[in-house]
Design a protein around this ligand. Structure first.
Ligand SMILES: Cc1cc2nc3c(=O)[nH]c(=O)nc-3n(C[C@H](O)[C@H](O)[C@H](O)COP(=O)(O)O)c2cc1C
Length: 200
């Protein structure tokens, strides 16, 4: 905000900028109870539905992992680890399991490459998912709910694919975590537009 001439902005723009600048990735271990209420979660998903979507093919979806299924996810993480690292130590196995137990609200984001007519390439589908996720993170921020994205080597392990019944055209992209922020990292410096914008 420091670089903005705030006087020139409407209140709507100021509010949006405030939410954007306040949002930061919160590690799942720092996301504690309470998680979003059903109503808040519904708002978060409504925000996702406003993402741009070329040819309106709805190429993404989310699956929430409720508390009574966290153990299944933990087991799937452990199986994924044992598959890629047969000699994994008990400490590593416990850590893999424990990843499923953090954050009051946890969901997987899934992209679909199912051929469409007209065709929409995967990179455009992923942009749509990314926009949906950012809408969700910003909506959460407005509700004072912290959020964090996680991914990792287990993302498309067979055990994870099986747990979520992914089709052959689908892939898990990342997990989204929501909850109350226990502690927050300081804001990280942001690149100025000159670092990523040029004019032809
Ligand atoms: C697709 C995707 C996957 C991510 N996976 C992880 C992850 O596995 N672990 C992690 O700590 N952060 C993960 N992040 C979050 C980034 O680390 C985070 O956005 C980055 O550190 C910048 O921080 P900020 O979001 O607060 O600006 C992921 C982000 C994206 C977009």
């Amino acid at each position: 905000m420091a670089h903005l001439s705030e006087d020139m902005l409407s209140n709507t723009s100021k509010n949006l900028l405030l939410q954007m600048t306040a949002r930061r990735n919160v590690a799942p271990k720092r996301l504690i109870e309470p998680g979003p209420t059903e109503e808040q979660l519904n708002l978060i998903f409504r925000a996702a539905s406003h993402a741009p979507d070329h040819e309106r093919i709805q190429p993404w979806r989310f699956i929430v992992v409720p508390k009574n299924k966290r153990a299944n996810l933990g087991e799937a993480f452990v199986q994924a680890l044992k598959h890629r690292a047969p000699n994994a130590s008990q400490v590593q196995i416990d850590a893999a399991y424990e990843k499923a137990l953090r954050a009051p609200c946890l969901m997987i984001a899934i992209i679909s490459a199912l051929p469409s007519e007209p065709a929409v390439p995967l990179n455009e589908r992923l942009i749509s998912l990314g926009c949906a996720i950012q809408n969700m993170l910003l909506m959460a921020e407005t509700l004072a709910i912290g959020s964090g994205i996680t991914s990792g080597q287990a993302m498309n392990a067979q055990s994870i694919r099986d747990l979520f019944f992914l089709t052959a055209h689908e892939e898990g992209v990342c997990f989204l975590n929501f909850g109350t922020v226990a502690s927050r990292k300081p804001a990280r410096p942001r690149a100025p537009p000159s670092a990523f914008v040029t004019t032809l």
